[in-house]
Design a protein around this ligand. Structure first.
Ligand code: NDP
Length: 316
């Protein structure tokens, strides 16, 4: 049987791309590289494969008359026009669950890093300041502090589980309260921020959550509060955050995601009260392998006529 043609809309990791090449004819970002080549192959393309940041627009789908499936390697899929896909009866899949541990680990790591100033302490030693200036200034204790989680889904709950081991009190906000969980619910991010020392953001991106964390929430978090964002850059108003960090409205921030990646606000680069990582929350060999296998598994299941492994909720 001939191999189905698929369109990669992002630069896929070799962990995924190599396994796709064995089963499919992969057109790697041909829609961006060569409109002429794309026009020749578009009518053959039966699936799109992308990453968590990929844009899959209605206009792109309209050019792919044979499109049957969109498989995203990532749990977030805010860049996919799911409504347009559903209208066409094209299911969308993603890779939930397999990255919970990794993202939760990084969230805790960032919280410890900003509170205990671990990267700054490392720089202090490397710059020879310990010998010259003596001990570093004291930092903030994490164990036993009050944690607020914005978005208590799969990853938010994995963060809460870890925070419990640190003896932290846990409160959260989400679209709805979780009666099965004992953590305290607040209906808004502002009400939550008022009550906590650390605020970890882990919602999806997209229009619904855009700038959910704004100047008002930061003011509520207060001058002793820390913000940690492992969700999407769009969820935090980065300009408002820069101002809050400059003016001491909050104590500090640890950020894995930014409004314009890979170009975080330059004002952040020179600030002492931030820790910045380049969107690495799920970036380990083990987790990326699991994500790649699930993204490929959804394609294989579809073309074998089997049930999809992990469709997005809108396509369930
Ligand atoms: P889930 O769908 O399991 O959880 C999402 C949570 O966000 C839910 O609690 C949901 O509320 C809440 N939420 C959604 N919309 C809003 C809103 N408008 N206001 C308040 N809360 C809201 O997703 P996951 O935990 O699996 O993943 C969450 C996100 O983490 C992903 O979508 C992705 O954007 C991000 N992520 C980032 C990574 C990184 O590399 N930094 C890696 C992986 C994921 P409710 O429970 O009431 O529905």
């Amino acid at each position: 049987m001939s191999r189905p043609h698929i369109l990669a809309v992002a630069k896929l990791v070799p962990l995924l791309l190599d396994q796709l090449h064995t089963a499919y004819v992969v057109h790697d970002r041909v829609h961006e590289a060569s409109p002429e080549e794309f026009a020749k192959v578009a009518s053959n393309i039966r699936a799109i494969v992308g990453g968590g940041e990929s844009k899959v627009t209605r206009a792109l789908m309209n050019q792919l008359l044979a499109l049957e499936l969109i498989s995203i390697m990532g749990v977030g899929y805010a860049g996919v026009d799911v409504a347009a896909a559903v209208e066409r009866d094209v299911p969308v899949t993603h890779t939930p669950g397999v990255l919970n541990d990794e993202v939760a680990d990084l969230a805790i790591g960032l919280m410890l890093s900003i509170a205990r100033r671990i990267p700054q302490a490392d720089q202090y030693v490397r710059a020879g300041r310990w010998g010259k200036e003596g001990a570093m200034p004291l930092t903030r204790k994490v164990s036993g502090a009050r944690l607020g989680i914005v978005g208590l889904g799969r990853i938010g709950q994995a963060i809460a589980k870890r925070a419990e081991a640190f003896g932290m009190s846990i409160a959260y906000t989400a679209r709805s309260a979780k009666p099965d969980l004992t953590h305290t619910y607040y209906p808004t991010a502002t009400a939550l921020a008022e009550q906590v020392d650390f605020l970890i953001v882990i919602t999806p991106g997209g229009a619904e959550t855009r700038h959910l964390i704004n100047a008002e929430v930061l003011a509520a978090l207060g001058s002793k509060g820390y913000l940690i964002n492992v969700a999407r850059g769009s969820v935090v108003d980065e300009a408002a955050l820069v101002e809050a960090l400059k003016d001491g409205v909050i104590a500090g921030a640890a950020l894995d995601v930014f409004e314009k990646e890979p170009h975080p606000s330059e004002a952040l680069w020179t600030m002492d009260n931030v820790v910045l990582t380049p969107h690495i929350a799920s970036a380990t060999w083990q987790t990326r392998q699991a994500m790649a296998d699930l993204a490929a598994g959804n394609l294989h299941a579809h073309f074998a006529g089997e049930k999809l492994l992990s469709p997005v909720p809108e396509c369930n």
